[in-house]
Write a protein that binds this ligand. Structure first.
Ligand code: SF4
Length: 211
């Protein structure tokens, strides 16, 4: 039985709150490490051809919130960590200015390998990679997903949207709340949107941490 099915059964049995102990945390870390091993040798789409390394994600596996972006960029591909370039630094600043730490959250992407010249991953590439993200979501089991930009939205909901139409909305995916906002790389190109982005990140965090 996977973690999601286990939690569903426990809920049906009347357990509203399940305390995650160290054994469960260790189990989550182990399951995430298994996915990491798989993506490092994955050849399911052409993005493997140019990667230095695949980037799984990082953060607190017990976090109630998971941020989802598009794909690694140059710096992420080099370091093997998500959101560590300029856009990542802006995301970290927004998290910290809301009173939280980067280690309080989990951060991942739709695609695990860097697209050439940072182009948007094709729909075929997104779909090839999605099962890895789906497993990450099941393992971490956050109550809130914060989608950063149109590719994250498409990857989760399987339909295109204008992010200006959806941002600020609270949606639902697989029993989880979904908060939609800009990708921080877009905000870097449109600095007038920075206050809105910071406010969105704060709202998403409060949705997850202040129940
Ligand atoms: S992007 Fe995802 S599906 Fe494509 S090669 Fe990398 S890990 Fe595999």
């Amino acid at each position: 039985m996977n973690l999601k099915d286990f939690l569903t059964v426990m809920k049906e049995l009347g357990f509203d709150e399940i305390i995650i102990d160290n054994n469960t945390l260790n189990q989550k870390v182990k399951l995430l490490e298994e996915i990491n091993k798989e993506i490092q040798v994955c050849t399911k789409c052409d993005l493997h051809k140019n990667r230095t390394q695949a980037v799984l994600g990082e953060g607190n596996p017990n976090s109630p919130i998971m941020f989802i972006g598009e794909a690694p960029g140059e710096e992420e591909d080099k370091q093997g960590r998500p959101f560590v370039g300029r856009a990542g630094q802006l995301l970290t600043k927004a998290i910290e200015s809301a009173g939280y730490k980067r280690n309080d959250v989990y951060i991942a992407n739709i695609n695990k390998c860097r697209p050439p010249n940072n182009r948007t991953p094709t729909i075929e590439e997104q779909e090839a990679c999605f099962p890895y993200l789906k497993r990450q979501i099941e393992i971490i089991n956050p109550s809130v997903l914060c989608l950063l930009g149109a590719t994250a939205y498409r990857g989760i909901f399987k339909k295109e949207t204008k992010i200006t139409k959806e941002r600020g909305n609270v949606l639902e995916y697989d029993g989880k709340k979904v908060y939609v906002t800009y990708h921080p790389a877009y905000v870097l190109r449109n600095l007038k949107e920075e206050p809105t982005f910071f406010e969105d990140i704060k709202k998403a965090l409060e949705l997850a941490f202040k129940k």
